[in-house]
Design a protein around this ligand. Structure first.
Ligand code: NDP
Length: 317
């Protein structure tokens, strides 16, 4: 709900992944009247996931978008106000109440703020990657791999995600070219072995993509370079999957909240408290180690409980 008047709220939740919705369920049941802003991609990363088999309580697994719909319904059932598609694009945490502004210019004053803005895929940052985005360039093999059935593809990265996605793609594609920028992988041994023992996956060590090649239809190949020998090579292929990690969505908080050198918010040990009183951080925005739906939900619950205790101690509820 956007009005010209300043909105005054007890609890504003920024983000709509498992952390945001779980925070909303707990905050609403504690009579904090939470107001949640979903951001431009309601549901977050799980919206681009298919089967989720490791979230407790779903013995047969659940599709990511279905799980997010269920979580949203559960949050709405307890009267969370859910503002779909609205971004918080600016904050001022220098004095209380905390101030936030939506992309529509709505100003909000909040006694407590729960950050659940998650993380987004990291990209290589080359021009041709942008040019062929969604026309052969993707950051989600599980979402887009299907379009490349029977075609050769490439994957960049050497972490667990890259290995998992390479294995996944090898079930659909005759050949997967995997580019690793060093002479070893960061991925766990078991994931590496799966890749190295898979005949359909060819690993190129010390190799980076210089350019993604294409035409008006989309990607047609890549130019790669061996960063040791400086030798370059062109390969014909149809899809490039980038699996080089994630970046937390925390830029708008940079002037106020402590974060590590990669942008992950820092919380006080054993809690979701940030360096600013009344501002709590949950989910992937503050977690670079676990990054699971269930851990995000867990920290969303913690953030709501921390916010409730804070509001009670301050006499604000
Ligand atoms: P990671 O940060 O673990 O790995 C990123 C990889 O991308 C690294 O190998 C890195 O190379 C490489 N990389 C980064 N930037 C570039 C670049 N510009 N060009 C080429 N390569 C680049 O991210 P993941 O997403 O793989 O994993 C994140 C977390 O999630 C990890 O803790 C992982 O264990 C976990 N995870 C677990 C899974 C499972 O257990 N089933 C599945 C997926 C993820 P370098 O090593 O040289 O830095």
């Amino acid at each position: 709900m956007e009005t010209k008047e300043i909105r005054k709220e007890k609890c504003v939740i920024v983000g709509s992944g498992p952390a945001g919705y779980t925070a909303a369920i707990y905050a609403a049941r504690a009579n904090m009247n939470p107001v949640l802003y979903t951001g431009r991609e309601p549901g977050g990363q799980l919206m681009i996931t298919t089967d989720v088999e490791n979230f407790p309580g779903y013995p047969d697994g659940v599709m990511g978008p279905q799980m997010m719909e269920d979580l949203q319904k559960q949050a709405a059932r307890f009267d969370t106000e859910i503002n779909v598609g609205i971004m918080i694009e600016k904050v001022d945490f220098s004095s209380r109440p905390h101030k936030l502004w939506t992309d529509g210019g709505q100003e909000i004053h909040a006694d407590s703020v729960i950050i659940a803005t998650g993380a987004s895929a990291r990209w290589l940052g080359i021009e041709s990657e942008k040019k062929y985005m969604n026309r052969g360039v993707s950051a989600c093999a599980v979402c887009d791999g299907f379009f490349y059935r029977g075609k050769e593809v490439a994957i960049v990265g050497a972490g667990d995600s890259a290995c998992e996605e390479a294995s996944y793609l090898s079930k659909l594609c005759p050949k997967v070219h995997m580019f690793v920028r060093r002479d070893e992988m960061r991925a766990s041994k078991i994931m590496q072995e799966r890749v190295l023992n898979n005949d359909k996956i060819q690993v190129y060590w010390n190799t980076e993509i210089e350019e993604i090649l294409g035409d008006e239809q989309g990607v047609t190949g890549v130019q790669i370079v061996n960063n040791k020998s400086k030798e370059t090579q062109k390969l014909d292929l149809w899809g490039v999957f980038v699996a080089i990690g994630h970046v937390p969505n925390t830029k708008i908080f940079a002037d106020f909240l402590d974060m590590d050198d990669t942008g992950y918010l820092i919380t006080k040990a054993g809690s979701t408290k940030t360096n600013i009183e009344g501002v709590f951080a949950s989910g992937d925005a503050q977690d670079k180690d676990y990054r699971q739906a269930v851990t995000a939900a867990g920290t969303g619950c913690m953030a709501a409980l921390d916010a409730e205790r804070y509001l009670a101690a301050e006499g604000l509820i």
